[in-house]
Design a protein around this ligand. Structure first.
Ligand SMILES: [Zn+2]
Length: 338
């Protein structure tokens, strides 16, 4: 088996190792379940066609076929966006306010959606660190290959440490039921939705291409922004949310969005660009994707590939343009909690 195949097999194996990431993990965490990071009933069902959606796929055979670019692949909604990072008891109890109620202007609900995004990313990042660490003992590696692997471990570890700092902040807030520190903007929509997303980003550049924070610094002190789609009373919403400890970068990013809208740029384009570039946890309506003209598909996959390769630095202007006119969504109500 080649090294990359062995690595992919090890990643797959690791992703099946369930554990509970709830802030009170303990003796009751005995029944780990496959939790949906994008809610199945409210969100996936909304865009599913014949029980399926597209998910971005970056396995080796896909990358070979596409020349290194992740591509959307069909997947059943029962399997889409799941991860084994929570036990049944804690998942049911903690996420009850969002699994059984529509999203409204509610700090607790927003915090829970954001926390679910963080738990999924925490699970994925921890797996990456573990797997790469194990691959260092793969037989026959040259010293250059070992160094390359070590650099990969160091990079993933730094990303994981950055995330762990935020998970600690969220853990403490949730444990104390202190939701006042969560800030958010809800972009409400009554239109069709063809893209569901749940993710997070350490914001590096704003919508005008201005720097926000330098991710190349070897520090775990980085501001974090989460985002997700959610069902609402009137339809659905795309939400950008953060804890007040990340105010500095997140407020500046949101300010740049406002400036661009005032200058005539379309909010729908900017949010599509953001959702495609800053997230690898999507669910896509199949007919929307299939009906996009080829150049539009190329634009969208290029945008989704922006963060896919951690060895390639993003350019400062990645959020300033692209994907204009592709979105079939529109936003008619904006609610802000800052
Ligand atoms: Zn548990």
């Amino acid at each position: 088996m080649s090294f990359s195949n062995a690595h992919q097999a090890a990643m797959k194996q690791q992703s099946k190792k369930g554990r509970c990431l709830h802030f009170k993990d303990g003796t009751r965490c005995n029944e780990i379940i496959a939790a949906h990071s994008i809610q199945k009933q409210g969100q996936l069902r909304l865009i599913a066609e014949s029980g399926h959606v597209y998910r971005l796929n970056s396995d080796i055979s896909t990358l070979k076929e596409s020349g290194g670019i992740p591509l959307p692949k069909k997947i059943g909604v029962n399997r889409a966006s799941t991860f084994v990072g929570m036990c049944k008891h804690h998942d049911n109890k903690l996420f009850e306010p969002i699994d059984n109620k529509l999203l409204s202007y509610d700090h607790e609900q927003v915090a829970l959606y954001a926390y679910r995004s963080i738990c999924r990313e925490y699970f994925v990042k921890e797996n990456a660190v573990t797997t790469l660490g194990e691959m260092r003992s793969y037989p026959g590696l040259s010293s250059a290959q070992q160094q390359f692997l070590q650099d990969g471990v160091d990079g993933h570890l730094l990303g994981f440490e950055r995330l762990r700092r935020h998970k600690d902040i969220y853990d403490a807030s949730l444990a104390h039921r202190d939701f006042a520190g969560f800030k958010f903007t809800i972009f409400g929509s009554t239109s069709r939705c063809s893209l569901q997303a749940s993710g997070l980003i350490f914001p590096d550049f704003d919508f005008k291409g201005r720097p926000l924070q330098h991710l190349g610094l070897r520090t775990n002190q980085m501001d974090l922004l989460t985002f997700f789609t959610a069902p609402t009373e009137c339809g659905w919403a795309l939400v950008l949310a953060w804890h007040e400890s990340s105010d500095e970068s997140c407020l500046r990013l949101m300010q740049s969005l406002v400036e661009e809208v005032r200058q005539g740029l379309k909010l729908e384009d900017m949010l599509l660009r953001f959702s495609l570039a800053c997230c690898e946890n999507h669910a896509i309506r199949m007919s929307w994707w299939d009906e996009l003209p080829e150049p539009a598909k190329k634009q969208a996959t290029d945008m989704m590939a922006v963060m896919a390769d951690p060895t390639v630095a993003v350019t400062a202007d990645y959020l300033t343009g692209g994907c204009e006119g592709l979105a079939d969504w529109s936003f008619d109500r904006i609610q802000v909690a800052c």
